[in-house]
Design a protein around this ligand. Structure first.
Ligand code: AMP
Ligand code: GLY
Length: 470
């Protein structure tokens, strides 16, 4: 408790660089209300979790809000719980009981795969996030591909291997380029697109040699698809899917989609290059997948988000991957457009009451630009003082979600990760949102600030930019 209080107070009392602009939203224990209000625990500490906490805190039904571990941004909205082991179901349950938490929202994949939702639901706690069986759709690419095949969901041709030589022997049949994936969770890094036979062989050998730890004990080889990508996320409960608005992530580090893959350097919504027909196909895929999560070997405990990562190929949309959680940074643009009360939606999902789920969206555009540390996604330094967030948020429609931030002992906001801030702007048009986002980016400063200057540019230019006919 002492530690929780200290972190909350840091958010409230810090100096100019610290003070999260929405610090007034923090509710202290003494201010907490009783009744039908609910104490909520969000697990995770990235930009996605700041956006989740921000949207939950807006609800009149949200009483005390906890984020574990949280970051420098969530400290202004909630109590950060730095020491809770979020992959340990018993520890999370203990915290829930001690703090009368009525809704747990699981942000990242690792606690889902570790079965934290199973432990909580078994104990009767309303939990937003699928059980471990459902999370396997993200936790094992082989499992996910089998699921897609069993349910006739369009995806890249693949084969799965537990022996290096068998994988090497199979490479040739896939042609070039070819995609090599570590089967398990690898923090977005376990996918290699090999342009040459030598690179493909190296990738297979690297996986089996442990470059991705145990995640690479099984290797998936896939045909390489082409086309623009689009993420479609859905709330899923009792086998029903409620699709959110589509969003498009930018995974490469540098302008022009060059450089290494990252966790995501920017995103926007809606996605004008997706045709109505493609969107209808994608939604049908999400509904089909959701329906399958209510059939054996699943139970009815897929209660959370199903994330469909699609590639819009010349043969139509195909699923690259399913994730069992909200996307990061997709969440940072999707939730600001959600007009419905997120607490109500999440409670309906968590309690298996799909009839109570109603989604309404603003018709605004949202653009998010990620400000990263110099060197990311490679090695980077931490501890750089961040200035200018208040000025950026003074621009109409701009909200800054924190990803890798923390507070130093002087109470200053400092960089603490590769992706540091998510600068999000809403606007009545794509151009307006984009202009606001980039103006805000120019007002925020920290040493080594790095960001892409072309988020959404290709979408504005049209479909042809990807070499795919409109
Ligand atoms: P994943 O983690 O499976 O989403 O893969 C990460 C990224 O690798 C995707 O967003 C795509 O850009 C790329 N990728 C994955 N699978 C394929 C594929 N079969 N063909 C082409 N690109 C792919
Ligand atoms: N934006 C990609 C992901 O969340 O996996």
């Amino acid at each position: 408790m002492a530690e929780m209080k200290q972190v909350t107070e840091a958010g409230l009392t810090g100096g100019r660089a610290v003070c999260p602009s929405k610090a007034s939203a923090v509710k202290s224990a003494s201010q907490s209300r009783k009744g039908s209000f609910v104490n909520i625990l969000v697990l995770g500490g990235g930009g996605r979790e700041h956006a989740l906490a921000w949207a939950l805190a807006k609800s009149p039904q949200c009483d005390q809000l906890f984020v574990a571990p949280g970051n420098g941004g969530t400290a202004g909205l909630a109590r950060n719980i730095a020491t809770l082991d979020i992959e340990n179901g018993a520890a999370v349950l203990g915290f829930v009981r001690d703090n009368e938490v009525g809704l747990v929202v699981i942000g990242p994949e690792a606690p889902l795969v570790a079965g934290v939702a199973d432990v909580l639901r078994e104990a009767g706690v309303a939990t937003f996030g699928p059980d471990a069986q459902g999370a396997l759709l993200e936790g094992s690419k082989t499992y996910s591909k089998q699921f897609m095949d069993n349910n006739k969901i369009p995806t890249a041709r693949y084969e799965s291997f537990i022996q290096e030589q068998a994988a090497l022997d199979a490479l040739e049949a896939f042609g070039l380029p070819v995609v090599i994936k570590a089967d398990g969770l690898a923090a977005g890094k376990g996918v290699i697109i090999a342009e040459t036979a030598e690179a493909a062989q190296d990738a297979v050998k690297c996986c089996f040699a442990g470059a991705f730890g145990e995640a690479g004990n099984t290797v998936v080889i896939e045909e390489c698809l082409t086309g623009p990508e689009c993420s479609l996320l859905a709330f899923v409960s009792n086998g029903q899917a409620f699709c959110m608005e589509p969003a498009q992530d930018h995974k490469r580090a540098f302008d022009g989609d060059l450089g290494p893959n990252t966790g995501g350097m920017g995103v926007y919504t809606p996605v004008p290059i997706v045709s109505e027909e493609e969107l209808a196909t994608m939604k049908a895929v999400m509904r089909k997948a959701a329906a399958a999560t209510a059939q054996p070997p699943f139970s009815h405990d897929y209660r959370g988000v199903l994330y469909g990562g699609f590639m819009l190929t010349p043969q139509g949309p195909k699923v690259l991957e399913f994730n069992a959680r909200f996307g990061d940074p997709e969440t940072q643009v999707i939730l600001p457009r959600l007009e419905s009360d997120l607490v109500e939606v999440m409670q309906a999902v968590a309690l298996g009451r799909p009839d109570d789920i109603g989604l309404s969206w603003s018709d605004e555009w949202a653009v998010c630009v990620v400000l990263a540390s110099e060197g990311y996604p490679g090695a980077y330094e931490k501890g750089k003082v961040i200035l200018g967030i208040d000025e950026a948020e003074a621009i109409p429609g701009v909200t800054v979600f924190h990803a890798g931030t923390a507070q130093n002992t002087d109470g200053e906001l400092i960089t603490a990760g590769g992706r540091v801030l998510n600068v999000v702007a809403l606007g009545p048009s794509f151009e307006a949102a984009r202009e606001r986002a980039y103006e805000a980016c120019s007002l925020i400063n920290f040493e080594g600030k790095q960001y892409r200057s072309d988020i959404g540019k290709r979408a504005a230019a049209g479909r042809v930019a990807w070499g795919v006919e409109a």
